[in-house]
Ligand binder design. Sequence first.
Ligand SMILES: N#Cc1c(-c2ccc3ccn(Cc4ccc(CN5CCOCC5)cc4)c3c2)n[nH]c1N
Length: 242
Amino acid sequence: MRVDVVTIFPEYLAPLGLSLPGKAREAGLLDLRVHDLRDWTHDRHRTVDDTPYGGGAGMVMKPEPWGEALDALTAEGDAPVVVVPTPSGEPFSQALAADLASKPRLLFACGRYEGIDQRVVDHARTRWDVREVSIGDYVLNGGEVAALVVTEAVVRLLPGFMGNPESLTEESHGAAGLLEYPVYTKPPSWRDLDVPDVLFSGNHARIAAWRHDQAVRRTAERRPDLLHPSAVVDDLEVRTVQ
Ligand SMILES: N#Cc1c(-c2ccc3ccn(Cc4ccc(CN5CCOCC5)cc4)c3c2)n[nH]c1N
């Protein structure tokens, strides 16, 4: 997968060179290219913003640099999905991450200030698959954090990326749609807190049942919205009503 990120803060994307995305790049699974939007300006001050039509606080990102950047970056290679982080976007989800992971190329348009001139998105929609995405109901100062979040969530789903693909199926918001169960490691007792006995039983069926019950319990308590409406939570044991 090729991922292009266009931003006025290229250094913001440095963490993508670390940890898992970094390994993906070394393994050739991820071709990450970060671009400075100001490379597509032509004035002495490398201007990317201007005052908003209609008045209001703050500044808006000018369309011209974005148009030139998208033209240049899409002149070669696969047609990208253009991902535009925005507070007004579609909520990012594991399902959307899986959809994006199936694409050959993503191009993140990271805005700042009060956002990007709407005509940039409108014009992009005439040429590419555009996804306006929000990573949550809170306000950030720009799209770079979202690009980091979406890239990590997508890259870890790429075939051959995770050492143990089985771990992907057990995850929260994964196939089961439940939150993850509690995990433990050595020592068996720590500050008078013991690891649950079932995990020492060697009985894999019992352990699996205990883990499922813990996941159901946790989901019912913290994220009941993730439980299917047909599910009946009885003593925190979820049974789907036939
Ligand atoms: N993903 C994601 C995000 C973002 C995000 C993503 C991209 C950009 C680019 C600029 N900003 C700053 C910004 C803040 C607030 C507002 C709202 N406006 C309403 C009308 O009055 C003016 C203000 C707009 C732009 C961004 C924020 N925030 N939260 C998420 N989950």
